[in-house]
Ligand binder design. Structure first.
Ligand SMILES: CC(C)=CCC/C(C)=C(\C)COP(=O)(O)OP(=O)(O)O
Ligand SMILES: [Mg+2]
Length: 437
């Protein structure tokens, strides 16, 4: 039965870019105002004195973790110029003024849960309840009827995850529920692999490499001989994580371009490598140094979720622009901020889990000899620095790259960051805050 198509959201996307200017305006935010002007968004603040010129170290300099912004690079400028041969004038990128989108309506419903005191974040409206209900209905049907994802006694936990509310909140510019379902199936499948292979639903570090490699072939197919191909194809139906990966990927490739598909496969390989490092430490109960943990968490990371924002939004960030070092840095910083948000909101849940579950506060406490509370508060500061770096680099890149698809992608990543925080803050079924305040 054709399912009701729900009206697309009024504003194509809450002006996530505005939050580059919504907080206390900094140099980066002042640049963000330039972005908004460039993209036709409403002015984000009264005119500000031009930000002081920022002396940016040349490429040879070691990057200091400051809010400084990278210089525009020749490669990016070449791509923006487009082809320059005879008869190519019509092929140049034309920067269309994007219609201003109204700021999101303040949410009438008061969000559940409370934000972590001192955590730098941007509140977002409660996700559209009509879309949430439809996505929740469809994802349950997929999980139970299409991929036999979980036994009946996991149903309450599945519902408590509120994945429909999560994805509607993270993809406010999705044109249809079908687009939202592409992200939602992948989110469910990714968590099923984490829960069943790595964590508390039968997971173990022992043999994880084999399980992850074989599951990865549900995303990145095996091409082999006629004799052995059927054995592989049959394997994709042998457990819930592989059934979920296979099916979710089948839906994804129907709407994604080859470049978006390849990007996603790369990001999932990053994720699986992060799982393996985490598992290696668990096998010996080793606590890594803080920087080592942060390196692992850059791979065991939400990255594969915000990076499909263009596929879910029904447009494409060109491969060349995605591959730019500046874009890669923005994506990594956004992923790191979103994943440390998880460390902070899931802290008490992980303390209650069997054994020692590594997260940033636990590693800082162990490695730097801080109390649990001081380590947690320092982790909040680490998150905040990552968020400010993400926003300053995103603002600078948006200003240097006036291509509508790139600017929409950056706003989509920012919207994912904000929606991810909202879900973690308000999912009181799954998370609760420590009593440190
Ligand atoms: C959805 C996805 C791509 C997950 C990547 C791995 C990740 C960051 C999580 C599953 C969240 O971290 P964690 O394993 O700590 O999850 P919970 O704290 O149990 O929610
Ligand atoms: Mg966690």
């Amino acid at each position: 039965m054709p399912s009701p198509e729900l009206t697309p959201p009024q504003s194509s996307l809450p002006e996530a870019a505005s939050h580059f200017g919504a907080h206390v305006l900094t140099d980066a935010a002042a640049r963000a105002c330039d972005i908004k002007a460039a993209t036709g968004g409403p002015p984000c603040a009264p005119s500000l004195p031009a930000p002081p010129a920022i002396s940016v170290p040349g490429p040879a300099a070691i990057e200091a973790p400051t809010a400084e912004v990278p210089p525009p690079n020749a490669d990016l400028e070449r791509i923006l110029r487009g082809p320059s041969g005879l008869g190519t004038a019509g092929l140049r990128l034309i920067v269309r003024e994007e219609p201003p989108t109204p700021p999101p309506e303040p949410s009438a419903a008061t969000a559940e849960g409370r934000p972590i005191p001192g955590l730098y974040h941007h509140p977002v409206p409660e996700p559209d309840p009509v879309r949430v209900e439809e996505v929740s209905r469809r994802i349950k049907s997929w999980a139970v009827d299409e991929v036999a994802l979980y036994p009946e006694d996991w149903a309450e936990e599945f519902d408590g995850f509120s994945v429909g509310r999560y994805m509607v909140g993270c993809h406010p510019d999705a044109p249809t529920v079908d687009h939202l379902m592409v992200a939602t199936r992948l989110m469910v499948a990714e968590n099923a692999v984490d829960d069943c292979y790595c964590e508390d639903h039968g997971g173990s570090p022992d043999g994880l490499g084999e399980r992850l490699l074989l599951a990865h072939t549900a995303l990145d197919p095996l091409y082999t001989t006629q004799e052995y191909q059927p054995h592989w194809a049959k394997s994709l139906h042998e457990d819930a994580p592989r059934r979920a990966y296979r099916s979710a990927m089948e839906y994804f490739v129907q709407v994604a371009s080859p470049s978006q598909t390849d990007r996603f496969r790369h990001d999932m390989a990053r994720l699986h490598m992060g799982y393996l490092a985490e598992a290696a430490w668990a096998q010996t109960d080793h606590v890594p140094e803080v920087w080592e943990y942060l390196a692992m968490r850059q791979f065991n990371n939400f990255r594969p979720c915000p990076t499909i924002t263009d596929t879910v939004g029904g447009y494409e960030l060109p491969m060349d622009l995605h591959a730019q070092a500046a874009m890669q840095k923005v994506i990594a910083l956004a992923g790191n901020a979103t994943t440390i948000v998880n460390d902070l909101y899931s802290y008490t849940k992980e303390l209650d889990a069997p054994g020692r579950h590594l997260n940033l506060p636990v590693v800082i406490a162990e490695r730097e000899g801080l109390s649990d509370r001081d380590a947690y508060l320092k982790s909040v500061e680490v998150h905040n620095e990552l968020m400010h770096d993400f926003e300053s680099h995103a603002a600078a890149l948006a200003a240097d790259c006036p291509v509508p698809s790139a600017q929409r992608f950056l706003r989509g990543v920012a919207a994912w960051v904000d929606g991810n925080h909202h879900w973690h803050q308000t999912n009181t079924y799954r998370y609760s805050l420590p009593d440190f305040w």
